[in-house]
Structure formats: C-alpha cells, structure tokens
Design a protein around this ligand. Structure first.
Ligand code: NAD
Length: 483
C-alpha cells in the first residue's frame, strides 16, 4: 500500500499554510536513514498566530458549542480514524521506525481515545455543596481556554489522542507542537479533524523544532495550560517558561520502571510480559519495564528463559514488521550504544542479544536488544533512562530489598509485581512509588481508561481515563446568598 503523505504545512485557523519564513525540516526514515519528505519549520510568529486563532475559537463558535456536540465531533473523529486506520498506522510506522503491527496498535488506541473522550464530553459536571442556611453553593468544571500540547516522537498519535482528545472534550481550543522527528500521523489526524467539522481554530498544529516552536509555545502568555510529554530535562525548561506567566502545566516525563519477579510467581505467564515490556517500540517507551528484579532462588532460571527469548528477537525495518525496529535517529542510536559501551568497560556483559534480520536496509539506526545480567542497582544502566531495547537484570534476596531497589531511582512511572502471594501483592502495590502498579501483568494492554502519570521525576498531573479531563478544566465555585 502506498500511503498519501499529509500536507507538509502548519494547520492554523482551519487553513494549511507554510511556515512564516517558508522554511522546512527534512523527515528521515529511521529504517534506512533516507530523507523521504519534509515538514514545515514553524517559528514563534506562527505559534503566536495559532494561539490567537485558538483564542478566537475559544471565545467564538467552538466555545459556545454544547458539550454533547463536542462529544459527537470527537466520536466522528474516532470513526474517521478507524476508516483511515491503515494509513495512520503506516505513517506512524515509517516516521518512527516502529514495526507496522505496533503502528496498527497505536492507531487503534488513538481511535479509542477519541471514542472515550467523545463519550465523556457531556459527563464532566460539578457538585452542589451543603452550606449555611440562606446559601446555595455549586461548582462548575470549565475549560481553561487555550491549551498547549508538546508531544514527543515515541508515540505521537497515542499521546495526541490522550491529551488533545481530553482537552477538546472539555471545550478548550488547542495548539499542538509535535516532535520534529515524528509529525506525520498527527498531520493526518488533523486533516481528518478538519474534515469531520471541528470549527477553525479549535485545533491548530505548529510543527517545528523544540527550541523554536516548542519554546515559543511554552512561554506564550496566551496559553492557559500546557500539557508536556517528554524528557525531564526539557520538561524543566517548559516549567520554567510557563512559570514566568504563572501558567499550570502537566508533566508526563520519563521512567526507569521495575518488573519484580518473586520465586512463587507463575513464571511461564510472566515471561512474555517481561520481554515485551522492554522491547516494545525498541525500548523507547516512557513506561518501558527496563529493570528486571528477580528473587535469588529463581534468578538464574528467569535470566535463562528471558535470555532465550532475547536471542530469538529479530531486528529490522519498520515495514519488515519484526520484533524490534530501529531507534528514532542517529543521536539516539549513539546514546544507547554509549550506555552499552560504558557498561562493558565496567565489566558488565550481555547475558543475551537479539540479531539483525537478513536484508535489513543499510543506514538505519538499529540497536540489538540486549539483556544485561547482574547489573548493580546503583549502576547507570539501572538508574538512568536508556530509552533503547536494553533490559538490566538484578537479583534481590527478599521483599524488603526488592522494594528498596524498586524505589531506588529518581523515577516513579510504573512497576509490575509478579507473585501469587496476595498479601505481598497489596503491600508492594501500596509501597511502590509509581503512578501505576501492575500485579501479574504489565501495562494492562495500554488501558486508555486508566489514569496515568508520574511520581518523583516521572512528572505530575494525570492523563488518560476520566481523571485526564480534570487537567484541562478549571473548577469554579459559585455561592449564592438568597436568604
Ligand atoms: P524531548 O523532551 O526531547 O522532546 C519532547 C518535546 O519537547 C518535542 O516536541 C520537542 O520538540 C519539544 N522540545 C524540545 N526542546 C524544547 C524546549 N526548549 N521548549 C519546549 N519544547 C521543547 O523528549 P523526546 O526525546 O521526544 O521523548 C522521549 C522522552 O519522553 C523520554 O524521556 C520519555 O520517557 C518521555 N515520554 C514520557 C511519556 C509519559 O507519558 N510519561 C510518554 C512518552 C515519552
């Protein structure tokens, strides 16, 4: 199937337009390192135009639209995504390098976000509060007005769905800055949103570099809330920029998530999860299970079984649709290889590695999936977000040590616990510092209904689920004294 590429333009006030100075950015296929299209390089002036268009929409037809109608538009968009499922999947796959089956999974999740938030649009309501005699007190959840959305390259369409979908459902007008490395699926979704009838200015997309369009968006005084998903370092820059205007932010940042395996676990059931949690999207997942913590009596057995799976993993181009695709760009490939080289110098050895598939194109940014055994809990491989297909295994002696290691990083995004002991399941679920804890599974199949977000350096604020609506809404209290 040949995919029609979306317009290489900005989408502002219902129109496709070139960047204000006409420049563009090359788009490279991570599977072969070749340029195949361009996107527009939006600048501060374009962000400013987009924010003004969003403000006009928020104060105009879009702002006055009843919640049920907003919901219907999102449901139409969900249907349009389903009708264009293969196109979105292929755009996401060629742009990010992820195997096509993962691109298809992302397109399915995207439609589901619009469906979920379409259904939720008319269900966000306030309360009445018992108060003093002679008063009636009520609360309203209101849109902020204009929300900014800064999106990373690893799951562009899913993250667009969860943040922009929720914000539109609440009634905000949105200005979106996708990552310069992966915009195509988002531009296609934007095309569909225009087709199904979102009014001009309700959704604006400014592609461009982070230091240009991204920085302009986070420092713009006309933005009422910023949803940022990306690295903790960039997140801090966005927080500082937003703080200068006293604007609220939601931070969805990185992770170093542990998978805890106890000797009493159903190891056969655990095995596919233990591997998939790290190799999905070539390890470039905020919630990747990048640490494997195993109780000593079963450590060798688990390492052996996980290692056998790692050896069977095949790496290749996104359209070869294998287990693992390339990482996003040369810089990321060099970064991940740097972690492995330093680990080697520190005396750590790969317990197992996958292999390149025959006929994989030259020039792609490939990293072999690697299982590292006996990684000290203090080593950088067990502490820092590698953002590649590298699993660091560490043995533990008992529950207390497992918990200390699990909580012993700067991050706290997700965790999994594999045990049949009900008491231990609950103790650890409560004691682990993470926004999501999974017991005897990993990720609950992506569950878009489940609130998601970080503890510690993994961020703050929650997206996904019904909870995800509240970040995009302000609570107003009205107290009427009527005697
Ligand atoms: P990144 O921080 O480099 O970039 C994220 C976005 O910020 C991009 O759109 C980029 O253009 C923009 N940006 C860059 N500099 C900016 C600046 N100065 N001002 C404003 N915006 C700027 O992150 P990335 O490399 O694209 O993504 C990987 C990171 O994202 C990882 O740390 C990963 O864990 C995290 N992530 C978190 C979640 C989550 O939900 N918690 C989901 C996906 C990815």
């Amino acid at each position: 199937m040949t995919v029609m590429l979306p317009p290489p333009k900005l989408f502002i006030a219902g129109d496709w337009r070139a960047a204000s100075d006409g420049r563009s950015i090359d788009v490279v296929n991570p599977s072969d390192g070749e340029k195949f299209t361009t996107i527009a390089r939006g600048l501060a002036a374009d962000v400013d135009t987009a924010v003004k268009a969003a403000r006009a929409a928020a104060e105009g037809a879009w702002g006055r639209m009843p919640a049920v109608e907003r919901g219907r538009l999102l449901l139409k968009l969900a249907r349009a995504v389903q009708d264009n499922h293969e196109t979105i999947a292929r755009l996401e796959s060629i742009d990010t390098g992820k195997p096509l089956k993962q691109g298809r999974g992302d397109a399915t999740a995207l439609a589901r976000y619009f469906e979920y938030y379409g259904g939720a649009a008319d269900k966000l309501h306030g309360d009445t509060i018992p108060f003093m005699d002679g008063y009636t007190v009520m609360t309203f959840w209101e849109p902020h007005g204009v929300t900014g959305h800064i999106i990373p390259w690893n799951y562009p369409s899913q993250i667009f769905g969860r943040s922009v979908g929720a914000s539109l459902a609440v009634g905000n007008a949105c200005v979106v800055k996708p990552a310069e490395d992966a915009c195509l699926a988002i531009l296609k979704i934007t095309e569909l949103a225009a087709e199904v009838g979102f009014p001009p200015g309700a959704l604006n997309v400014v592609t461009g570099y982070g230091e240009e369009a991204g920085a302009a968006l986070s420092s713009h005084p006309g933005i009422d809330h910023i949803s940022f998903t990306g690295s903790p370092e960039t997140g801090a820059l966005v927080q500082i920029a937003a703080a200068k205007n006293n604007k609220p932010v939601t931070m969805e940042l990185g992770g170093k998530s542990p998978q805890l395996v106890f000797a009493d676990a159903d190891l056969d059931a655990a095995l596919p999860f233990l591997v998939n949690a790290i190799i999905q999207n070539a390890g470039q997942t905020c919630s990747a299970g990048s640490r494997l913590l195993v109780e000593k009596p079963v450590y060798d057995r688990v390492l052996d079984a996980v290692g056998t799976r790692f050896k069977s993993l095949r790496v290749g181009a996104s359209d070869m649709d294998l287990d693992v695709g390339p990482v996003i760009n040369k810089q990321q490939q060099t970064r991940v290889h740097g972690f492995l080289e330093r680990a080697g110098k520190d005396g750590l050895k790969p317990a197992a590695q996958g292999a390149m598939a025959p006929n994989t194109p030259k020039g792609g940014y490939y990293v072999l999936p690697t299982l590292m055994g006996d990684v000290p809990a203090s080593h950088e491989l067990a502490q820092q977000e590698v953002f590649g297909p590298v699993l660091a295994a560490t043995p533990f002696k008992d529950e207390a040590e497992a918990l200390a290691i699990a909580n012993g990083t700067a991050y706290g995004l997700v965790a999994s616990v594999w045990t049949r002991d009900g008491g231990r399941q609950l103790r650890l679920a409560r004691a682990i510092q993470a926004g999501q804890v999974f017991v005897n599974n990993y990720g609950a199949a992506g569950g878009i209904e489940l609130p998601f977000g970080g503890y510690k350096r993994s961020g703050f604020g929650r997206e996904k689920g019904f909870e995800g609506l509240y970040a995009f809404a302000a609570l107003k209290t009205v107290a009427i004294r009527h005697g």
